[in-house]
Design a protein around this ligand. Structure first.
Ligand SMILES: [Zn+2]
Ligand SMILES: [Zn+2]
Length: 256
């Protein structure tokens, strides 16, 4: 059984066939999922899906691309939602220097506020990082995020940084890019980081794994990610699925 630790089944891309997509995931052995909400529209839907389905959970946070839109009321709202029985983490949050909608200083401030909130409510965090690895690590250190720990979601940075994150009580979550033929770093990370610190995810509808690259991604494809990790580590598929699922239970504090 697999745990897809980062899905956006709350995205518009699934409006037509959300139920069928979840059914396909379950048929593929993907029993558990965390639906990640990241703004005013996607957060309520993440919670709704988690309420409607067994074995589905929600994470609530504010995406760095839209940091400039986050108000104090939004932060307050996320804090209130954190006590919902199916909310298992705060995020996604972080820094994204690829898009310039929100200036870096605004992103950093919103990131810090969410780390402080997670520490206040004692919940782990989910980190989104795009072209901002050094600043992310610096902020995680300064804010002592190790106190709550977290997930480096869809990690694609260097091995050294992954190790630094593991030392800060963070899990490394690998997604579709680990299956891409030209993706050197995620493959190195899959080999170098011990299985006890790894999680698997799709980040669907984005980043579909090979051979579905470029298509709409969906949770059933997380199988391809686990297969690739097994191959790279020289382990069986069963070892990888069992261990990463156990890791996710432990991380999200779910009693399976
Ligand atoms: Zn993300
Ligand atoms: Zn995401």
């Amino acid at each position: 059984m697999l745990f897809d630790t980062h899905v956006h089944l709350n995205a518009d891309q699934f409006n037509e066939d959300r139920e069928e997509t979840i059914a396909r995931a379950r048929e593929a052995g993907v029993q558990y999922m965390t639906v990640v909400g990241f703004d005013r529209k996607t957060i309520p839907l993440a919670i709704q899906i988690a309420e409607d389905y067994d074995h589905m959970y929600a994470a609530v946070g504010w995406h760095p691309v839209d940091a400039i839109d986050m108000t104090e009321e939004d932060l307050q709202w996320i804090e209130e939602l954190s006590s919902h029985p199916k909310v298992v983490a705060i995020g996604e949050m972080g820094l994204d220097y690829h898009w310039d909608k929100s200036p870096a200083d605004v992103q950093k401030e919103v990131f810090r506020k969410q780390i402080r909130l997670a520490k206040k409510v004692k919940m782990p965090i989910i980190i989104h990082n795009r072209e901002a690895t050094d600043d992310i690590v610096e902020i995680l250190k300064e804010e002592n995020a190790a106190e709550v720990g977290g997930i480096m979601h869809c990690y694609s940075g260097p091995v050294e940084t992954a190790k630094e994150c593991v030392d800060m009580n963070f899990m490394i979550s690998l997604g579709g890019p680990v299956t891409f033929k030209n993706a050197k770093l995620p493959k190195e990370v899959a080999k170098a980081i011990d299985l006890e610190h790894l999680l698997v995810e799709t980040d669907c509808p984005f980043l579909a794994p090979h051979p579905n690259r470029g298509k709409r991604n969906e949770p059933a494809y997380v199988k391809l990610v686990a297969e690739q990790i097994a191959e790279l580590k020289g382990l069986t598929y069963e070892e990888v699925t069992q261990r990463t699922t156990e890791n996710a239970f432990k991380f999200f504090r779910i009693n399976s």
